[in-house]
Design a protein around this ligand. Structure first.
Ligand SMILES: *Cc1c(COP(=O)(O)O)cnc(C)c1O
Length: 464
């Protein structure tokens, strides 16, 4: 069949053959099951070329696809968290597409270590506002290593610092993060024993000091990434915990989760401690994600006291959890953007910094273009489109209660909001929106401006 042969060049012999076999097997099955009469058989055979073409397209399509994130959740774990900066993509392309000095010292020609590549940048960024120490002294006070994700970072730190001993944690911080990261379960796998203290809503410093015994190895603070405890509450301050740690000779570790390198107050988010804050308070090891507020690739980062980080680096688990050149390349380029203070180069930060007015102007423009369609024709869905106030959230386990004011495109039609949202997901690329109070809400905060036209086209498609 010429139409089938035409696919050979682009898809290759094996894939075309596979597609043809799948389609033929399906038709045979239909015939054998008696589901096709003579007419049906003729139709099926006539449609073979098209069916094989469709099957081939399905076969050759990547499973990972781009989607348009119109949810307004900046760090959406289900949608891949932080989009990478252009400079990170460029660096990944140049490093990963060839050979590199990943573990090679070009000067001496000797073998090197992969974890040196981002160490200097972290030291510089975390040193900047770390008080009055001199430049050299500051850089030497913070060491950093990188592993596959923050769950791995927590596992590695607990295993290194507390295997066979006890780790004291407040009952108010025994969190579960989406994707089944549960502190008690990670603790058990690390070989450390969880020692819960305090109550769900109140934990005092004395709860920690009373629980310390000869088996205690570590005091752990875990960020309440996705919930808040309000009302009659008390939490020992970081300063108090650090003081207890110093007094009793125990390291203090903080699982910060999101781990901002930027002071988030500049984007209107209060109450989110940055990594530098924790280190300045005297926390010995901080763990955080690369693809949450940092806005880089998936990674787990451990920053802290050089002697403890050195022990962590020597743990054989570190070898098992290490990251590859793609991650180092993307992370390094992202950190360089921070060093240049070019925060708008990092998409997650840029999106958080957008004002409601900027977002509203784009929403009005889209609404205007969709409304400008020719008068209603028969069968056209009555798509009502409004622009209204709303709220975006950062997501990714940062500042759970903090929201950013935004302007939303609100859609209603004679179909249900769920049907309308499902229709948007059939777009190519799929548009993922929120459904609230019987309306479909599109928040352009998380939509790249270059995608606005795709949204116009999709909405026009629905309205016509
Ligand atoms: C997100 C988060 C984790 C898990 O981090 P991953 O990078 O997703 O593995 C662990 N702890 C806290 C407090 C978090 O917010």
């Amino acid at each position: 069949m010429p139409a089938v042969a035409a696919h050979l060049e682009s898809a290759g012999h094996a894939a075309v053959t596979d597609a043809a076999r799948v389609v033929l097997a399906r038709v045979r099955q239909e015939i054998a099951a008696g589901r096709l009469d003579e007419n049906g058989v003729a139709l099926a055979l006539d449609g073979l070329e098209d069916a094989i073409g469709r099957e081939l397209r399905r076969l050759m399509q990547a499973s990972l696809r781009r989607v348009i994130n119109a949810t307004g959740v900046v760090l959406h774990t289900n949608l891949g968290r932080a989009p990478l900066a252009e400079s990170a993509l460029d660096h990944v392309r140049s490093i990963a597409g060839g050979f590199s000095n990943l573990e090679y010292q070009v000067n001496s020609g000797e073998r090197g270590k992969r974890d040196v590549h981002v160490q200097r940048l972290f030291a510089q960024l975390l040193g900047h506002d770390a008080g009055s120490a001199g430049e050299a002294e500051r850089s030497s006070t913070v060491s950093t290593v990188v592993v596959n994700n923050n769950a791995a970072a927590v596992l590695l730190a607990l295993n290194t610092l507390a295997e066979g001993g006890e780790v004291i944690v407040s009952r108010g911080e025994l969190v579960e993060i989406g994707g089944s990261f549960r502190v008690p379960e990670v603790m058990a796998k690390s070989g450390a024993v969880l020692r819960e203290v305090g109550t769900t809503n109140r934990t005092r410093v004395s709860d920690y000091t009373n629980a310390i015994n000869e088996r205690t190895r570590l005091l752990l603070r875990v960020h309440r990434s996705n919930f808040e405890i309000v009302g009659f509450t008390e939490q020992a301050s970081l300063d108090e915990l650090v003081r207890v740690g110093r007094d009793r000779g125990l390291p203090v570790m903080e699982d910060l989760g999101s781990g901002a390198l930027l002071d988030l107050r500049t984007v209107g988010i209060a109450g989110e401690q940055g990594v530098a804050n924790s280190l300045r308070a005297g926390v010995d090891v901080v763990t955080y994600s690369g693809d949450k507020l940092l806005g880089g690739p998936q990674a787990g980062i451990l920053s802290g006291r050089p002697d403890l980080i050195a022990r962590i680096r020597q743990n054989p688990l570190f070898r098992a959890l290490r990251v590859d050149k793609l991650t180092y390349a993307a992370l390094e380029a992202t950190l360089l953007a921070y060093l240049r203070q070019d925060y708008d180069a990092v998409p997650a930060l840029r999106m958080m910094r957008l004002s409601a007015a900027e977002i509203g102007a784009r929403a009005e423009a889209i609404a205007g273009q969709v409304r400008a369609l020719p008068p209603a024709t028969a069968g056209r869905a009555h798509l009502r489109i409004e622009v209204c106030d709303g709220e975006s959230v950062t997501g990714g386990g940062a500042a759970p209660a903090a929201t950013l004011p935004t302007r939303l495109l609100a859609l209603t039609s004679e179909h249900s909001a769920d049907d309308l949202a499902a229709q948007l997901r059939t777009n190519d690329p799929p548009i993922v929106a929120r459904v609230e109070d019987g309306r479909v809400l599109l928040d352009l905060r998380t939509v790249f401006p270059a995608q606005d036209d795709l949204i116009v086209a999709a909405l026009r498609g629905i309205a016509k």
